[in-house]
Design a protein around this ligand. Structure first.
Ligand code: MTE
Length: 326
């Protein structure tokens, strides 16, 4: 696990090796005078795009993976290559471009406390490693459809969101589950941009949150989930557009009122609460009829509920008047 550390032997930021030297790890280690000590351990040190230095440490959850695959969830297409799924990302906390994987490595993952509060019997604050011990971990292959009309298919590891809801013991008055990302503008410099309503917030109805497909991903490709994909825990709701899948969650709050989500606050004309995938309902600026599969040429047709209608269509029966698909 990479965390930002300052040690006696560490260079000042002004002295940090320029990025071109990062291409040659041996040079970097030699410059720092630690080549012998560190030889063979990969990757232990990296100079980030902004020249900050990152020290990589072992992720304490690494021994948990890989976990057993739940074969109930099958793909209709090949898995997206790991390299693509982990280097083409949306994580506005670290910038509004797709190449955030490197800068997001500054996010510290321990300690990581998860707060569970709101309409529950007893609020809980629990460290991520303690939470992982309590949850039934499994692997699931899910398709993922971004509202920007690209898609991927990946093996998430993690646990059914219902297991966390059960742990929380919501009161009968709870109707929604709101989920919030960490807020730390010192490391996530995107959070210094005041025109965004930080922290990133998403929400589901309790019926959606306890649907068997709703999943909290803590791993990806049989390893702890990388920072750029939402470590140490992120939502995966494959029948909804990808922006619902909030990353790096620090707080779960049970509410009576429908949460106002990040993208609704930014632009409610384009992004709503439900955001279920539907090829027949266009985004205001582009069609949703087809999608570009990461790593493949051409486009494929998009499916209603991203192909998961058999699991979730019933959730929306009788709600035809609602804006369910954007
Ligand atoms: N969660 C947070 N906290 N911040 C974000 O910017 N982007 C969302 C979603 N979750 C986002 C987030 C969007 S728009 C998408 S498409 C997916 O994360 C991208 O997930 P991926 O990078 O793992 O493909």
């Amino acid at each position: 696990m990479p965390i930002r550390q300052h040690r006696d032997w560490e260079l000042k930021e002004s002295q940090v090796t320029p990025e071109r030297v990062y291409q040659n790890r041996r040079s970097l280690l030699k410059t720092m005078g630690v080549g012998g000590l560190m030889a063979g351990a990969v990757p232990l040190l990296a100079a980030c795009e902004d020249n900050t230095l990152i020290v990589y440490e072992k992720d304490p959850s690494a021994p948990l993976y890989p976990v057993k695959r739940n074969t109930r969830y099958q793909l209709d297409r090949p898995e997206t290559p790991e390299k693509l799924a982990t280097t083409y990302n949306n994580f506005y906390e670290f910038g509004s471009h797709k190449n955030v994987w490197r800068v997001s490595q500054v996010l510290p993952l321990r300690p990581w406390e998860v707060k569970i509060d709101g309409l529950v019997e007893q609020p809980i604050t629990i460290g991520i490693d303690e939470l992982l011990k309590k949850m039934p971990l499994e692997e699931r292959l899910y398709r993922f459809r971004c509202v920007e009309a690209w898609s991927m298919a990946v093996p998430w590891s993690g646990f059914a969101l219902k297991a966390l809801v059960d742990l929380a013991k919501p009161l009968g008055s709870a109707k929604y589950l709101q989920m919030e990302t960490f807020h730390n503008p010192t490391v996530a410099t995107g959070q210094k941009q005041g025109w965004y309503p930080w922290p990133y917030r998403e929400g589901l109805t309790l019926a959606e949150a306890t649907n068997e497909l709703a999943f909290i991903a803590t791993g990806l490709y049989g390893k702890p989930i990388p920072k750029q994909n939402g470590a140490p825990l992120r939502l995966a709701v494959p029948w909804k557009y990808g922006f619902k899948s909030v990353k790096s969650i620090a707080r779960f709050t049970f509410t009576e009122k429908q949460p106002l989500t990040f993208w609704e606050k930014v632009n409610s004309a384009e992004y709503g609460f439900w955001a279920n995938v539907n090829p027949k309902v266009s985004h205001r600026r582009w069609s949703q009829a087809t999608e570009r599969v990461l790593g493949k040429a051409g486009r494929v047709p998009t499916q209603i509920f991203n192909g998961y209608g058999e699991y979730v269509a019933d959730l929306y029966k009788g709600m035809e008047g609602e804006r369910l698909y954007s």
